[in-house]
Design a protein around this ligand. Structure first.
Ligand code: ATP
Length: 563
């Protein structure tokens, strides 16, 4: 067991520990996060341990054992940590060692010793062994003993699950500096890039893994992140796409070998079918076709078959649609409109799938950027986001004392007071009665907050009234012009592509409705075309002060109001 190291002696990494895959990352001197390859050269290390005559295998080598040695191969165990047996779903372990109840926890009966006796090994012990391997791979790579980490967890990981993971890590010689939520890690990985611009925005992080999909809507305000809504779906993930392909290839196999037996029925054949289907699925994320090839798939019959991307996308269309629905539902749950979302960050291995990214791009307006390899040249590898974000966080906090880490990092992901509505400004000249609302602080911004903006005044100058108001976002929907003679009014002399493809869509725009005026300031005698610099400070108790002055001029006003 390792005792907590003093900050100066910590060597910290970022760990993403998923049910299907794990990754380890570190931050180099220049603050750049990099994912470390293990001894086998893998950056995505299957979260699997397998035992052969007492020898322990991990990752890809262990995954290969799912065919011949399934009973002594432990997989998909992360979500079992800290849970009692009754509350777990053992379905993903169909092809590996089955979870059993052991006292108040979950365990596996495996032959993990040289003498081949069957032992009961708890999920906590399996996790410790897995994390120890990850730690050793990172230590070998870095040339120094890794003893601390930031580990990513799903947003719905309970305190009991975190405690169990923390203990398992400690037993592996890793001090958990902090758990960070997977979606926050993904946002951090993007925001830490040198070219990133820190803008207030609403982001969706869709983490599409192997056994589950987790989606979060995050408000990013001045470098602070708050989670507005989340959803977790255990029936949507890469495993469902594997199953679609398994069914497809099994049917093709049966067409070719009538006496071959259904490979989905026999355990060993089914394990081979699954492994190769997953490989085909990954190949189809890059290429336009892929080959399925397994020697002795079932009853000694070999099977080779190819599939193109179009076919794959057709047979998987229902699964793809569930991913899109999941994302749209969470946006709705956050009481937002797709127009409120600036970015969708696609994270997790399944996010490599081009059709998922393009379907999401179609479901959201053009103003929403979908950050995935197939839709954005600047996207970060979705499989690396969590580990990279964790490594960045580790480098930021590893020199802090433990108590300071607790204090400094909690507000980032826990609920702090937020503004319920946007705050903005109306600039009105003396001869006008209304003005256009310009928002300065978005709704959901944690307080305290300060924002400064330069705003144009009515052209004539003179006396200008600056009204500071609260506003709510409304979506303005403009119906298409009624069609003349069955055609769009502005399409009258182009009759080639007039039908469905040209279907008129309603125009949806984001605007603000002024709710109430919080303060007013009169700026007198402004020069023609003057600009006004306006600063708003909202304190933690929601009281506010503001300062408005003519840029380059002498006119200035200060004011404020109590919450
Ligand atoms: P979970 O905890 O949900 O099981 P995870 O976080 O452990 O998932 P990830 O690496 O995020 O694992 O996702 C694993 C899934 O991504 C697997 O189903 C895998 O087949 C799939 N995957 C990995 N790479 C690709 C790719 N290039 N194209 C399509 N799918 C991929």
């Amino acid at each position: 067991m390792s005792e907590e190291e003093s900050p100066a002696q910590r060597v910290a990494i970022g760990i993403s520990f998923g049910n299907s895959y794990s990754s380890i990352a570190y931050t180099s001197g220049e603050g750049k996060a990099e994912v470390i390859a293990n001894e086998e050269g893998d950056r995505q290390i299957p979260s699997i341990l397998s035992y052969v005559s007492g020898e322990e295998f991990q990752g890809t080598q262990a995954k290969a054992q799912l065919v011949r040695n399934a009973k002594n191969t432990v997989a998909y165990f992360r979500d079992f940590l800290g849970q009692d047996f009754k509350s777990i779903d053992p379905t993903p372990c169909h092809h590996s060692a089955h979870p059993i109840q052991h006292e108040s926890t979950v365990a596996f009966k495996i032959k993990d010793k040289e003498d081949d006796t069957e032992n009961t090994v708890t999920v906590s012990e399996i996790t410790t062994r897995h994390l120890r391997k990850l730690k050793n791979s990172a230590s070998d790579y870095l040339g120094k003993n890794v003893n601390a980490a930031v580990i990513t967890v799903p947003t719905n990981f309970s305190d009991a699950q975190k405690d169990a993971l923390s203990k398992a890590a400690k037993d592996a010689g890793i001090e958990v500096l902090q758990f960070i939520n997977e979606p926050v890690a993904a946002v951090l990985a993007y925001d830490a890039r040198p070219e990133a611009k820190l803008a207030d925005k609403n982001i969706v992080v869709a983490d599409l893994g192997g056994t589950r999909s987790d989606v979060a809507v995050i408000a990013s305000r001045g470098g602070m992140y708050s989670i507005l809504a989340t959803a977790h779906d255990y029936d949507v993930g890469g495993a469902q796409l594997d199953e679609v392909l398994m069914d497809y290839f099994a049917k093709e196999f049966l067409k070719k070998w009538k006496n071959g037996g259904d490979p989905r029925v026999d355990d060993r054949a089914s394990a081979k079918l699954k492994l190769e289907s997953e490989a085909v699925k990954k190949a189809l994320s890059i290429g336009s076709s892929a080959n399925f090839s397994v020697e002795s798939l079932s009853k000694g019959f070999d099977f080779t078959c190819s599939i193109n991307r179009m076919r794959y996308e057709t047979i998987s269309s229902k699964v793809f649609a569930t991913f899109v629905r999941l994302v749209l539902n969470v946006v709705e749950k956050a009481q937002l409109d797709p127009l409120d979302i600036s970015e969708i960050i696609l994270a997790g291995g399944t996010a490599h799938t081009p059709r998922i990214a393009s379907s999401l791009a179609s479901a959201f307006p053009e103003s929403t950027t979908v950050l995935a390899p197939s839709t954005s040249a600047t996207a970060i590898n979705p499989s690396e986001l969590a580990a990279r974000g964790a490594a960045i966080q580790a480098s930021l906090i590893q020199e802090f004392e433990t108590e300071d880490i607790d204090q400094s990092t909690h507000p980032m992901v826990t609920v702090t007071p937020h503004l319920a509505r946007a705050i903005g400004v109306l600039c009105i000249s003396s001869d006008e009665s209304t003005g256009v609302f310009r928002h300065l602080v978005e709704a959901e911004t944690p307080v305290p907050v300060r924002r400064t903006a330069i705003i144009a005044t009515p052209r004539e100058g003179g006396d200008v009234l600056v009204k500071i108001c609260e506003g709510t976002r409304v979506i303005k929907v403009t119906k298409p012009e009624p069609k003349a003679n069955g055609k769009a009014a502005d399409d009258s002399d182009d009759d080639e592509d007039s039908d469905e493809s040209d279907e008129e869509e309603e125009l949806r725009e984001k605007t603000y409705k002024v709710e109430n005026v919080l303060a007013e300031a009169a700026l007198k005698g402004l020069s023609k075309g003057a600009k006004v610099e306006l600063q708003i400070n909202v304190a933690a108790d929601l009281s506010c002060t503001f300062f408005a002055r003519e840029v380059g001029g002498k006119v200035a006003v200060r004011g404020g109001w109590k919450a």
